[in-house]
Design a protein around this ligand. Structure first.
Ligand code: HEC
Length: 172
């Protein structure tokens, strides 16, 4: 119940954004007013969690904040996100990107399903980099953690460049 209410809000917001003449994705055509499948909303939430963990870790390794336990816990959570995306990826099964899970509000590219093996590689890059952050955070120096975080950022971007459609408003 809660989920679908949220889905309706997301759909309404996106209908406003996507329905504008600035829709450059060229994919969806007229705004899709149905709720996105919950798996789409869920994976977007998982992605935002990735972003928040990274943002937290950047702040926590800036040198201004001395909260090592926070650093460890955010790092462990980021590694968990990698594991969640990796679950069955080696077998070519992408639990949060099931075949056909598209919607006007989704920026998942069809390439995910057309080049599933390459997508798995991107997931693996991310999962390994996130796990390296976690290892560094359990005992490494701030500099080591920072480098590991930068590497994670590259794996996020690497996948986005290949497998995420451009933003409809030409933003991020
Ligand atoms: C293996 C590929 C892959 C990796 C790795 C990946 N992403 Fe994504 N990300 C995507 C795809 C595809 C989408 C679009 C999903 C959709 O809209 O259905 C996305 C969407 C997002 C979004 C938008 C979510 C929303 O609210 O719609 C954010 C933010 C994001 N990713 C951040 C990150 C960060 C930060 C990392 C690394 C810590 C990361 N992603 C790693 C593929 C990836």
């Amino acid at each position: 119940m809660h989920g679908s209410a949220k889905g309706r809000i997301v759909a309404a917001v996106v209908a406003i954004l996507v329905g504008s003449p600035l829709n450059l994705s060229g994919q969806a055509g007229p705004a899709d007013e149905t709720d996105p499948p919950l798996i789409v909303s869920y994976r977007q939430a998982l992605m935002r969690a990735n972003q928040q963990r990274l943002g937290a870790l950047r702040a926590l390794t800036s040198g201004e904040i001395d909260l090592p336990e926070h650093r460890r816990l955010h790092s462990a959570a980021l590694a968990d996100n990698g594991r969640m995306m990796m679950t069955r990826a080696a077998a070519g099964i992408h639990d949060v990107f099931p075949a056909g899970s598209t919607h006007a509000t989704s920026r998942a590219s069809d390439e995910i399903w057309q080049r599933s093996g390459d997508f798995t590689e991107r997931v693996r890059d991310f999962a390994l980099a996130a796990s390296a952050v976690n290892e560094a955070a359990q005992g490494g120096s701030t500099e080591q953690i920072r480098e590991a975080i930068a590497e994670v950022g590259r794996t996020c971007n690497g996948c986005h460049q290949e497998f995420r459609l451009p933003a409809p408003d030409a933003g991020s």
